[in-house]
Design a protein around this ligand. Sequence first.
Ligand code: ATP
Ligand code: MG
Length: 147
Amino acid sequence: MHSENKQTMTGNITFTIIKPHAVRNGHIGPILNKISESGFKITALKMLYLTRGEAQHFYKVHRDRPFYSDLVEFMISGPIVVGILEKENAVEDYRQLIGATDPEKAAEGTLRKLFAESMRANAVHGSDSDENADMEATFFFPYSERF
Ligand code: ATP
Ligand code: MG
């Protein structure tokens, strides 16, 4: 057993994905570096392929949007990196670090300004609420993989 594993208090974690193009283009290291420099503790991390079903499930709130099927194909086009990040006010602070969904509108120094290629290939995902952060983290990481 891993006695050091812990459950974190709601509000202190967020969940991130480094999307396929960012992995393909060698941006894992620079993105993780920015995350650490910005005061987030990486408490879980792994590289994997999403199945089509998982990608459809993950983005199901967008299933009626015109970009949905291209988004799902994009998310399964290569391996991704998933992680849990811990920090006070994690969800909101990480959304700040990521920048706007549209990289053309993302502020200087944000991950999307630095690493996004387009609205779809926008480098990273970050949870949009504490509830979703917990659900997303739980989906990808059993407690034996969270530290
Ligand atoms: P994410 O959920 O990935 O963190 P977000 O919360 O900034 O991003 P959402 O509105 O939840 O943005 O959209 C989910 C993802 O769908 C976006 O990150 C992007 O990859 C894709 N997407 C959103 N809008 C568009 C669009 N108009 N055209 C193409 N892709 C889009
Ligand atoms: Mg979103």
